[in-house]
Design a protein around this ligand. Structure first.
Ligand SMILES: O=C(O)C(=O)C[C@]1(C(=O)O)C=C[C@@H](O)C=C1
Length: 97
């Protein structure tokens, strides 16, 4: 290995065929992670803009009925982990309660 080579994360197997399949699946995982990060940031920005628009027009910072609707959507699709995920997503936009 030359001194400039970038270390690749190990696949965790010595079997070259399995390693090749794992590397291919990891490419898709990396693309999904990149998309999730971009969507997370876009959503947080939009949420902040909604809040700023509402406060500037004399409204409330939060709308708890809307937050309940979002929590229920994530819970019904993903179960208890969905609720935890939705709480983190909401916090990323409107800040901690
Ligand atoms: O939909 C709104 O009214 C928002 O302000 C966005 C959002 C959200 O991140 O989804 C954030 C805060 C509110 O309490 C409810 C929902």
């Amino acid at each position: 290995m030359s001194t400039n080579a970038v270390a690749q994360p190990t696949t965790g197997t010595e079997d070259e065929a399995a390693a090749a399949r794992i590397r291919a699946m990891r490419e898709r995982i990396d693309a999904i992670d990149t998309a999730l990060i971009e969507l997370w940031q876009e959503r947080a920005n939009l949420s902040q803009q909604v809040g700023a628009t509402r406060v500037a027009s004399g409204g409330t910072r939060l709308v708890l009925s809307r937050e309940r609707e979002i929590l229920e959507k994530f819970r019904s699709e993903l179960g208890a982990d969905g609720t935890q995920l939705a709480l983190l997503i909401l916090r990323a936009g409107r800040g901690a309660l």
